[in-house]
Write a protein that binds this ligand. Structure first.
Ligand code: F6P
Length: 319
């Protein structure tokens, strides 16, 4: 493998920059040439490429976002779009692709592998919703961002003796809500993977109130519905003054935590190693702190599981 291209695709996540840095520097170290494609697959299809050297990835290890920009491309989902991407690769002598992104990005990489390009995926999304890895790049930082918000909201919740509903991102996955909720001492965590009857949630809130709790924090993952709707129902059924905060895109930004930088660096180096070994159509991941390889097709079939015991523990600790 002499020449590869790296791109970031889908929703950005803190840690994508250190992942790009690790891919570029590892590849150059091993004697390869590296291109970066701007705006994900869109840039690859249009030949919007940057020839990268060691200095191109200097001073980005601590920055959120992605220096290569990111996009979701509808055109790339068509056969014609993918053929165009392959043509660009042929024109530039590119034999390998590293894609940093989520499930949708990996489906694109799988399609290109079927057309003959060597592809490796690095899981980069705040959602932590990819099978084949315990953690995705960006998740850890997003949880810390949510936690910081919970701590701040707790201050005002205490002062005003109110109930607060905090809506988190995560698409169809509840990991951000679960981890931040457990770390932030939330009374209730509502996530798509666990359907707790609403009456039970109300019962727990009333029980807490009876034993002297003056305020409550409820985390709602976006995958179960709108925080606003939950807040209205809670106020109606408990009579507690309830406010809502939708955290939104702040969860996607910020300087990556040490964990995310280390994870990104390890996965980036490993992705390059796999390309050198001739591997393709696979994603890299981390399981119990070991670097792992999973075929894309396997990761599409499997479902990332939340840790049930954490969910139960959060309930016990909020009595
Ligand atoms: O996948 C990351 C994510 O931030 C999800 O948590 C969220 O549902 C979605 O992206 C938002 O996507 P967009 O950037 O297209 O609004």
């Amino acid at each position: 493998m002499k020449r590869i291209v790296v791109l970031t695709s889908g929703g950005d996540a803190p840690g994508m920059n250190p992942a790009i840095r690790a891919v570029v520097r590892s590849a150059i170290y091993h004697g390869m040439e590296v291109y970066g494609a701007y705006h994900g697959y869109h840039g690859l299809m249009n030949g919007d490429l940057l020839r990268m050297d060691l200095g191109s990835v200097g001073d980005i290890i601590h920055r959120g976002g992605t220096m290569l920009y990111s996009a979701r491309s509808e055109e790339f989902k068509t056969a014609a779009g993918r053929e165009r991407a392959m043509e660009v690769c042929h024109q530039h002598g590119i034999e390998g692709l590293v894609v940093i992104g989520g499930d949708g990005s990996f489906r694109g990489a799988h399609a290109l592998a079927e057309l003959g390009l060597h592809t490796v995926g690095i899981p980069g999304t705040i959602d932590n919703d990819i099978a084949g890895t315990d953690f995705t790049i960006g998740f850890h930082t997003a949880v810390n961002t949510v936690l910081d918000a919970i701590d701040k909201i707790r201050d005002t919740a205490t002062s005003h003796e109110r109930t607060y509903v905090i809506e988190t991102m995560g698409r169809n996955a509840g990991d951000i809500a679960l981890w931040a909720g457990l770390a932030g001492g939330a009374e209730t965590i509502i996530i798509p993977e666990k359907q707790e009857p609403f009456e039970q949630i109300i019962e727990r809130l009333l029980h807490g109130h009876k034993r002297g709790k003056k305020h409550s924090i409820i985390i709602v993952a976006e995958g179960v519905g709108k925080g606003d709707d939950f807040a209205k129902r809670i106020q109606e059924e408990t009579g507690f003054e309830t406010r809502v905060t939708v955290l939104g895109y702040i969860q996607r930004g910020g300087s990556p935590t040490a964990y995310d930088r280390v994870l990104a660096s390890r996965l980036g180096g490993y992705a390059v190693q796999l390309l050198m070994e001739g591997k393709s159509d696979v994603m890299v991941g981390i399981q119990q702190n070991q670097l792992m390889v999973t075929p894309f097709l396997q990761s599409f079939e499997d479902v990332h599981q939340i840790d049930d015991s954490m969910y139960e523990l959060a309930k016990i600790l909020s009595i």
